[in-house]
Design a protein around this ligand. Structure first.
Ligand SMILES: Cc1cc2nc3c(=O)[nH]c(=O)nc-3n(C[C@H](O)[C@H](O)[C@H](O)COP(=O)(O)OP(=O)(O)OC[C@H]3O[C@@H](n4cnc5c(N)ncnc54)[C@H](O)[C@@H]3O)c2cc1C
Length: 382
């Protein structure tokens, strides 16, 4: 995409490049020098780039966010789980009270607390409002007692806190009577069981709650109004999953790889069939980048990505999968084996793992069909 940057924006681009060159730990140092990296980000005021200014964000323009994504996606940054900083924090800021801000936001900002998301249940995924996990208020009104289960809880086995949708009433429409609670994963009565996925990894879990006691001051907003808060959080989640800048970079890398794959007397990049697939992907990605910029502008103005985040999630995850499929195609038979194999071109390594681990992207955060429903109703007004 050709977005002409003005002088100030070019200077900002250089500032980002210089900052990464100076502070980003590379290789194994990504783990050993994590703390130094986060400290450097914080000192620069770039640690919580999506937070509003009053909570410590840098107040970037949409173009500055675009530049940051564009430059940083070419590097491997020490990972930050999105559940605290990206998903829960905006909900806390909007609907939490002052005590909750002071209690939870500093640890989220400094990556001291690790959160997981307790939304889905067996029988309540796409139809999330059907959730049954119960929260009963004690007679003295001081605690909720939680009983039920959550499933697909990403990183639930390492998280120390959970934000959880619970049912406090079954009267009226199912969207009412849902309450948004925060609680400690070490509370008595919390049990986490692993689920191993097709890609061979352990990221997700089923979590069981038996008489878990949660102080009432851990409730966000009003009892029974959790559905409103939950929907706002999903918009931030969906925007985050889209990963558009990373797709642009991955597609560029794929083109480089395809120049090294022999096909007859030529290379894969010259193959008409492959060339056409790359061209289609590039065109779709270009359109998606413009949509992302529009959404960024809306987000900077309104503080929320809005229902447009469903467009980004739908198309962004489809693009991720397209690129993973093409990477697999470029690696050919060498992309199929698992693990640290010693044969075939280096780039083919991990092709199959990447492909299989990428399959759920069109399911988590709400499956593609659900995104289409949201786009039809909330974006197109059908
Ligand atoms: C790897 C992974 C990580 C996850 N992490 C978390 C997490 O951390 N926390 C959490 O709470 N949840 C998490 N989830 C759960 C995820 O949000 C749900 O899987 C998702 O919302 C779909 O729900 P479901 O699995 O119950 O499928 P279902 O709701 O049973 O849907 C199955 C299929 O039915 C079809 N379908 C459903 N609804 C419609 C519709 N309205 N129109 C047309 N077709 C439809 C779709 O093809 C859909 O894929 C994760 C899931 C995965 C796979």
């Amino acid at each position: 995409m050709d977005i002409s940057l003005n002088k100030e924006e070019l200077a900002f681009e250089k500032e980002v490049e210089d900052f990464l060159a100076e502070h980003l730990p590379r290789g194994h140092e990504m783990w050993t020098k994590r703390a130094e990296w986060f400290a450097a980000l914080k000192e620069k005021g770039w640690d919580v780039i999506n937070w509003p200014k009053e909570f410590g964000g840098p107040d970037w323009s949409p173009t500055q966010h675009y530049i940051w994504d564009k430059v940083s996606c070419k590097e491997v940054l020490p990972p930050v789980m999105p559940f605290g900083q990206v998903m829960l924090a905006p909900v806390l800021m909007k609907y939490g009270n002052k005590e909750q801000h002071e209690r939870f936001l500093p640890d989220i900002r400094d990556n001291k607390s690790m959160w997981c998301q307790g939304y889905s249940e067996p029988g309540a995924g796409s139809d999330l409002a059907s959730l049954k996990c119960k929260a009963d208020l004690t007679e003295d009104g001081k605690h909720y007692i939680i009983n039920g289960t959550k499933i697909w809880t990403t990183m639930g086995h390492v998280a120390n806190w959970i934000f959880c949708l619970t049912r406090t009433s079954s009267d009226g429409p199912k969207q009412e009577g849902i309450t948004f609670l925060l609680f400690d994963m070490k509370s008595p009565g919390v049990e986490v069981k692993p689920i191993f996925t097709l890609g061979g990894s352990h990221h997700v879990n089923q979590v069981f709650f038996t008489d878990v006691k949660v102080p009432v001051e851990n409730r966000i907003g009003e009892e029974g109004k959790g559905w409103t808060y939950a929907k706002g959080l999903l918009q931030h989640e969906r925007k985050g999953i889209a990963g558009i800048s990373r797709c642009v970079y991955a597609l560029d890398k794929l083109k480089e790889k395809a120049q090294r794959v022999p096909v007859g007397d030529s290379t894969l990049i010259q193959d008409q069939g492959f060339k056409k697939k790359i061209a289609v992907a590039e065109i779709e990605l270009l359109a998606l980048e413009f949509t992302e910029l529009r959404s960024l502008a809306d987000m900077v103005n309104s503080g929320s990505p809005g229902s447009q985040s469903s467009i980004l999630k739908l198309k962004g995850t489809e693009m991720q999968q397209t690129i993973q499929e093409l990477t697999l195609e470029a690696g050919g038979i060498y992309a199929t084996p698992w693990g640290n194999k010693k044969f075939g071109p280096k780039f083919s390594k991990g092709g199959m793992e990447g492909y299989l681990n990428g399959r759920p992207a069109t399911i988590y955060g709400g499956c593609s069909e659900v995104q289409k429903d949201v786009i039809a109703k909330r974006v197109l007004g059908l």
